[in-house]
Design a protein around this ligand. Structure first.
Ligand SMILES: *[C@@H]1O[C@H](CO)[C@@H](O)[C@H](O)[C@H]1NC(C)=O
Ligand SMILES: *[C@@H]1O[C@H](CO)[C@@H](O)[C@H](O)[C@H]1NC(C)=O
Ligand SMILES: *[C@@H]1O[C@H](CO)[C@@H](O)[C@H](O)[C@H]1NC(C)=O
Length: 371
């Protein structure tokens, strides 16, 4: 039994080996030579193999000189919609920009700042850098980003903290048909006008403005997708996205405006600010249930007054100080504060009146009120 198993497995292994040997022979002259040699060290030993690999190396050095001359005739200042031959612009040129917000890092209402992680995939065709991949066996190269022309993309509404972090090893992929792929990730701080009139039930509209050269406007193909829940965080819920664009012909810039709508998740502010203050404030009239001797009433009324003012400072810290119009919650807190002050005043007057001796007669004007 064992012997049979060993036999079968031996046949299998030899089969696989022979197979891979057969499959790999013609593939050596395609660029994956080193990998194949590492995997199958025995394969490289045959004579024919060495010859094909030598051939490959010749092509490889040819490609180097060829690519050098290709790049020597190339200028990275000239946009690829100007072909090397002819005068006409290339009308088929397409600049594909795919943008995707990966995460909402922060939406800070005090600083009026939105921090997002954006990933970009930019694709276009460089018609001046096309080579015959079939003949050279080199199908794509990876180049430093500044070697080729690339569109200038800037943020049009940066926040003063001006954080635009790009990944450092910025590379482009150039394929033999001329397709260029450029991908990068940005962490950007953008200014966001916060309107907290209806805090904590507010809705914010935050923009990201991308600025490009206006020449590109006719070729631009802008695509934007928001992955599910990517723009939600503990405080905010992403509701909607709208995109529009305009061109300023004076500055020769095209602006792409991406507007995100966020609703505040109001449960936390409700639990932290609104509910405790409401309970406190509704408790304060109950001081009149207490007996009117000593200073218990006054103590409780004053405590509630102080607590409301402490909550007021807490809430004000959460709001931008330049908010215009006035947030309703400040007005509500102020009303509560005045109400509590009124209760305290009543307690004081009440305490004073109860200490007036019974012998003194009630003033005439108050007597007529009772009658
Ligand atoms: C680069 O330009 C030179 C001179 O104009 C030309 O001889 C050469 O063939 C060009 N190279 C390529 C790769 O087009
Ligand atoms: C999202 O925006 C579009 C266009 O601005 C609008 O028609 C749509 O009703 C909005 N959807 C929601 C859920 O607000
Ligand atoms: C810009 O807006 C116009 C009209 O609203 C639209 O046809 C065009 O596709 C937009 N361009 C981009 C790049 O979104």
């Amino acid at each position: 039994m064992k012997a049979v198993l060993v036999c079968i497995s031996f046949i299998c292994i030899t089969n696989v080996f022979v197979h891979s040997k057969k499959n790999n022979k013609p593939q050596c002259n395609i660029q994956t030579k080193t990998v194949k040699n590492k995997l199958f060290p025995l394969v490289g030993k045959s004579r024919e193999k060495r010859q094909t690999c030598k051939e490959y190396r010749v092509v490889h050095t040819n490609f180097r000189t060829y690519f050098k001359s290709l790049m020597a005739n190339y200028s990275n200042y000239v946009p690829p919609y100007y072909p090397s031959k002819g005068w006409q612009r290339d009308e088929n040129f397409v600049l594909d920009i795919r943008m995707q917000p990966e995460a909402l890092v922060d939406l800070n209402d005090v600083d009026e700042r939105m921090t997002t992680v954006l990933s970009f995939l930019v694709e276009w065709k460089e018609s001046n850098l096309v080579w015959a991949g079939m003949n050279t066996f080199v199908y794509s190269v990876i180049l430093d980003a500044d070697m080729l022309w690339k569109p200038h993309i800037k943020v049009g509404n940066p926040h003063t903290s001006q954080r635009v972090k790009t990944d450092t090893n910025d590379k482009l992929t150039l394929e033999f048909k001329g397709e260029v792929t450029w991908s990068f990730v940005w962490t950007v701080d953008t200014r966001c006008k916060i309107d907290i009139t209806y805090y904590p039930f507010d809705r914010q509209y935050c923009l990201i403005v991308l600025v490009l050269s206006s020449d590109l406007k006719d070729y631009l193909n802008f695509d934007h997708t928001v992955p599910h829940l990517a723009l939600d965080n503990g405080n905010w819920k992403h509701m909607n996205t709208s995109i529009y664009n305009y061109t300023n012909y004076k500055t020769m810039k095209t602006h792409i405006v991406i507007e995100y709508t966020f609703d505040r998740k109001s449960v936390t502010p409700m639990l932290v600010f609104m509910a405790p203050v409401t309970i406190l404030v509704s408790l304060s009239p109950l001081v009149f249930v207490l007996p009117n001797d000593g200073s218990e009433r006054l103590g409780i009324a004053m405590t509630v007054l102080l607590a409301v003012s402490v909550y007021m400072t807490l809430v004000v810290d959460k709001l931008p100080d330049s908010s215009d119009p006035l947030p309703l919650i400040t007005t509500v807190f102020f009303a509560w504060y005045v109400y509590n002050a009124f209760v305290t005043l009543l307690v004081l007057i009440n305490g004073r009146i109860s200490r007036i001796s019974d012998k003194r007669s009630v003033p005439k004007c108050l007597q007529c009120l009772v009658r």
